[in-house]
Design a protein around this ligand. Structure first.
Ligand code: CA2
Length: 146
């Protein structure tokens, strides 16, 4: 089983600023932890981080036929991007939307997700641990599907 972990704008800055909102874990720390979990689960992972909406769309399109599932934190694009939602629908790969912060406890403009309606699951507010929960959850779901 192959999964892709996609991260959008500014997530490359994790652990360097705003630790009260996003914690002190870096994106590299998250990737290392997910590699350990992936080994335990016997799956393959690919990681992409980009600050560009079109690059995220390209990355999603490139997953067609190669990934069984996606974990995506599209950052601020999560709240606005019909292009990313369209790309996720087009490739028809199950995805889990992840946010470090509880977006529903933040400013009104962050309380809507353009991606949530098509997601298998949405996880927010668990910080970096949310990625691990999402990975375990989607692998269990895909395995149960047979
Ligand atoms: O809570 C999340 O995971 C978010 O997707 C993070 C995005 C934000 O725009 C979303 O509303 C919620 C922000 C990405 C991280 O931005 C940073 C900015 C400064 C320092 C560290 C990270």
């Amino acid at each position: 089983m192959k999964l892709a972990v996609l991260n959008g704008p500014n997530l490359n800055l994790l652990g360097t600023r705003e630790p009260e909102i996003y914690g002190t874990t870096t994106l590299a720390d998250i990737e290392s932890r997910l590699h350990v979990v992936a080994r335990e689960l016997g799956i393959e992972l690919a990681f992409v981080q980009t600050n560009h909406e079109g690059a995220l769309v390209d990355a999603i399109q490139g997953l067609r036929g190669t990934a069984d599932g996606v974990i995506i934190n599209a950052g601020a694009y999560s709240h606005t991007s019909l292009a990313i939602r369209d790309a996720l629908s087009a490739v028809a790969i199950p995805y889990v939307e992840v946010h470090l912060s509880n977006i529903f406890a933040r400013e009104p403009e962050r309380r809507h997700s353009a991606l949530a309606s098509g997601a298998t699951a949405v996880l927010c507010g668990f910080g970096a641990y949310g990625y691990e929960l999402a990975l375990r959850g989607i692998v269990a779901r895909l395995a149960n599907r047979g």
